[in-house]
Design a protein around this ligand. Sequence first.
Ligand code: DUC
Ligand code: ZN
Ligand code: ZN
Length: 472
Amino acid sequence: MAITLIKGGTVVSSTGRSKQDVLIDGQTIAAVLDPSDTSLAADLTERADTVVDATGKYVIPGGIDAHTHMEMPFGGTFASDTFETGTRAAAWGGTTTIIDFAVQNKGGSVKDAIEQWHQKAAGECAIDYAFHQILGDINEQSLIDLRSLAAEGVTSFKMFTAYPGVFYSTDDQIFRAMQVAAEEGLLPMMHAENGPVIDVIAEQLVKEGKTSPYYHGIARPWEMEEEATHRTIMLSRVAHSPVYIVHVTAKQAMRQVQAARADGHLVFGESCPQYLYQSLEEQLGAPGFEGAKYVCSPPLRSKEEGHQEDLWMALRTDALSVVATDHCPFCMKQKQMGANDFRKIPNGMGLVEHRMDLMYQGTVNGRISLERFVDITSTGPARIFGLYGRKGVIAPGADGDVVVYDPNGSTTIGINDTHHMNLDYSNFEGWHIDGHVDTVLSRGKVVVDETGYVGTKGDGEFVACKPSQMIG
Ligand code: DUC
Ligand code: ZN
Ligand code: ZN
């Protein structure tokens, strides 16, 4: 087995930081060592097959992006990143595990969805991957199938109060699925927006000739996110189930999560970098059809209303626990499907590659500590989705998923097509980061170094999730 030594760096965990060397034996972390024992360090340096010099750099657990949609069928087309291109881009950006959503469509079965997702991902991935289940059709059979989900290594599932006619579920369907979750120790995830009301507003706007991408945001007011967040938290309380609210964008929705947590209910909230940095006015309201690049749901929120400030504070105080991406990219040609009607623009943005950099920038900007950065990008999602121990931590026995991050480096996103996602524009074109992903190891193998991507398609394997380590 090859021995890798990462030496000279500062290991950062969710609870602290210190100068330590990391010894990886094959695919697994064997030891985390005090570098002041110079004779041991010299001996290991001599014996190691690969030595990564991390002097002056941070050594952090590989990122876990708990919300991606590779090749997702959506809006009459497919998300443009395959498992191959999307996971390679993720590796470039310091993410070493994704949790993607296996989609059960109307009329489809849960079992088939998982099978299909295995077929799409197997042998294609640059990094490890796990699955959540999307329940797009909650019926007697899917409720039965939920009960065998955990045996497949899938312990969380997403439901929607948005997208009527597509993924939408009624309150009673959601409630019944949450009851099953409570019995089986599964974690329900909610896309919380009031879809039926949004559809009415959207139709009225289009009738008034308001068809540009900006109106996608106007059609989906924060009130409809707050309402659905509150409603689904209440459903989960009555069902005695925890709940994880995906992509929280509005400060009012965040406060629903915060209040429920303060009240002793097991609720988790996730946000995404776009909601922390971008806005309705600046990106969605960009001139011409440019705003289509930023059409995602829930939408970017008004800067003036102060959502960004409050979301950052919520991440700092653990009112929100995770930053994922909702990576669901569509090329410009696909976005053009909605050139005359924002309702037909496929929803989604591409940023699986940039999440770690964008969140690291939060430490530079004084928004979050380095430890919190590690928590919300890696350790937190690992614990919530039952991967902790193997993922999300640098400790003996954990997978050798490690990122060497250079705080003295710099990164300019997207310029001259330098990103690696299968996307013909960048959602963060030209944004500057005061740091750089230097080296990425996936299960002990260096997959990104100073020369670029050096991994191989198929390096990544399916990882079974255990029941959430936050439920108990
Ligand atoms: N939101 C998006 O923007 N894209 C994929 C699905 C979703 O909920
Ligand atoms: Zn969603
Ligand atoms: Zn999503």
